[in-house]
Design a protein around this ligand. Structure first.
Ligand SMILES: NC(=O)c1ccc[n+]([C@@H]2O[C@H](COP(=O)([O-])OP(=O)(O)OC[C@H]3O[C@@H](n4cnc5c(N)ncnc54)[C@H](OP(=O)(O)O)[C@@H]3O)[C@@H](O)[C@H]2O)c1
Length: 315
């Protein structure tokens, strides 16, 4: 595993982090084993959220990370009343503070390494977050030493061109942002990453496999082809025959689709890339992508030519 600087936080983070978003409620023992496999593979960064499985992910992490204080944990407070892009804004400073206090208890920690406002969907609701006391509450928690670093994550299914982050980053208010970058949504490379570099904001990538399901996403050739088909149906790709060619992804070989997808992300100037996986075998397979130069210029260029025009996330 290799380590990179997480922007102005100065933290040294594994370039692949673990995305602890699911699995704790259904199979707590399997979740603990998987987290330990991630740590054994050299991952020192774990992303979770208060809302994942109603706190079960945080609580299981609290157990898994007992005595592992050096592991960097990022968690989030969601100021919306649901997960969808159309959820209503419900942020309040009191709820944010209560959520952070609950995260501290769940994670069994004296302080949170990183606290993010979770899933900022629109510029309008982000501005409310900044002006209704929520942002000040985060700063207060940081001043009190209960949180080390603060930031926001976006919601790419509602904001495929990263309008919120492009609006938020120039203000320099955040130590860290979490954004989507994968080879089926490359827009952040030209828009968000240069702004992060300018502000020295730490970048945490989410959904490197496009938040795959078994049937659609960057987990194997049929699922990747299905995701391409869905983009084509929605008019996000030119009407060209090679997009329906079952051999479309042959040029990625010898890499598997998920390995190439992780290598694609790691070839960019990001801090850490959080990938979700629910078995130690997958953790070990993914960790093998931490291997410069990750992906050669020819494959990167081909991925850009094929998919660089996509402006919306489809899963
Ligand atoms: N707005 C936000 O803040 C936001 C939104 C979405 C996600 N996130 C964060 O982003 C991170 C990653 O998200 P994610 O887990 O949803 O998406 P992801 O990492 O793009 O995809 C995870 C999926 O890929 C599968 N997978 C992983 N490695 C694999 C491999 N080597 N071979 C085949 N399949 C593999 C996993 O299956 P199994 O689980 O079955 O192993 C899981 O279904 C998490 O930390 C999450 O919390 C944040």
């Amino acid at each position: 595993m290799r380590y990179r600087k997480l922007g102005r936080t100065g933290l040294s983070v594994s370039e692949l982090g673990y995305g602890a978003a699911r699995g704790a409620a259904a199979d707590r023992a399997g979740f603990l084993t998987t987290v330990h496999a991630a740590l054994d593979a050299g991952m020192n960064f774990i992303d979770t959220a208060a809302g994942y499985e109603d706190g079960a992910c945080e609580r299981a992490l609290g157990e898994a990370l007992q005595g592992r204080d050096a592991v960097i944990v990022e968690t989030k407070y969601r100021p919306y009343d649901g997960w969808g892009g159309d959820a209503a804004y419900t942020g309040s400073p009191a709820r944010l503070t209560a959520s952070a206090e609950a995260s501290l208890r769940n994670l069994r920690r004296d302080r949170l390494d990183i606290l993010l406002g979770h899933g900022m969907r629109t510029v309008e609701s982000f501005d409310r977050f900044m002006n209704d006391g929520c942002y000040e509450a985060m700063v207060r928690l940081r001043d009190q030493g209960k949180v080390r670093f603060i930031g926001i994550s976006e919601l790419s299914e509602a904001d495929g061109t990263h309008e919120v982050l492009q609006h938020a980053l120039p203000g320099g208010a955040f130590d860290v942002v979490m954004l989507t970058l994968n080879f089926l949504l490359q827009t952040a490379a030209d828009t968000v990453l240069p702004l992060c570099a300018k502000q020295n904001t730490g970048t945490v990538v989410m959904m490197p496999l496009n938040q795959a399901s078994k049937t659609s996403g960057l987990v194997n050739v049929p699922a990747a082809l299905e995701c391409v088909r869905r983009h084509a149906v929605q008019g996000h790709l030119p009407d060209e025959p090679h997009y329906t060619d079952p051999h479309l992804f042959d040029f990625l070989e010898p890499y598997s689709v998920p390995a190439a997808a992780l290598r694609f992300v790691l070839a960019h100037p990001i801090g850490t890339c959080c990938v979700g996986a629910r078995s130690p075998e997958r953790i070990r397979a993914n960790a093998a992508a931490s291997d410069p130069p990750y992906l050669d210029a020819g494959r990167l260029e081909r991925l850009r030519t094929l998919f660089g025009g996509i402006r919306s996330q489809v899963r």
